[in-house]
Ligand binder design. Sequence first.
Ligand SMILES: [Zn+2]
Length: 317
Amino acid sequence: MPKSPLALGVVLLAVLGAGCGPVGEAAFPDLSREETISVVATTGMVADAVRHVGGERVRVTGLMGPGVDPHLYKASEGDVRRLEGADVIFFNGLHLEAKMADVLERIGEQRRTVAVGDAIPEPRILTPEAFAGEADPHVWFDVGLWRDAVGAVRDTLAGADPAHAALYRRNADAYLEELSRLDAYVRAQTMRVPEGQRTIVTAHDAFGYFGAAYGFEVVGLQGISTAAEAGAKDVQRLADLIAERRLPAIFVESSIAPRTIEAVQEAVRARGHDVEIGGSLFSDALGSAGTPEGEYVGMVRHNVDTIVGALVGGGEG
Ligand SMILES: [Zn+2]
């Protein structure tokens, strides 16, 4: 898959180990003497990772708020100004921010610009048939893989601001430990879902990594990107599958209009099976700031509790 030279620099850094800056680092100023480092991040998940690793030393502006769809998001004039004024820019990459590709590439010539998704080992990247073999960008739903993205944030900040590298490493260590605990929680909770019920039906294919990591089949109404509209045929095909497996619940998503999944629910009812809307999952954006779901860890916990509660039954979670 195509990767920007800067993102490759991060991968190389991860290979070479800490202590030396990313390839091309010399092209950008050493930020050690800055009072604070200003970072712009695209999605809430990436911004949250930077906040944890950067701590007090870094001011983070996230461009995409709650409910925003990153597949369709276009940079506003204000966004472009913020990107141009940033010391470091982090984005998800793997074509998630499809409509921002040109802007990110252009600004990447002037600013340190890093796709955290490119730090994930290539063999772990899913390339589903449904998306013509292109990379699935939703890597944050495998908590183990997201740890690699956090590592890319750590290595980039340490390279850009070497005087504070120890701080970034300390912060990253603490956060990575929290993510290990989160991964264990997800594993323990998802084990409770019986074999026959381990299917997640939702509006678009955001949960492929979740399925691969924790043992679920994931069926989305739309393709990997929300740009592809679901047709009537997709609705019928999905309704057949849900009725056949007698799945207890399907899910709506925070950054997608619920009408598509409601159409599926109607079609399943027409087949004589009552399927519940098991709740709303956060897919491509975090929840509101100040709520538990406004951070990555809380968002993942919400999703797991919602999925497990609905598929196990008994109203837990
Ligand atoms: Zn998505």
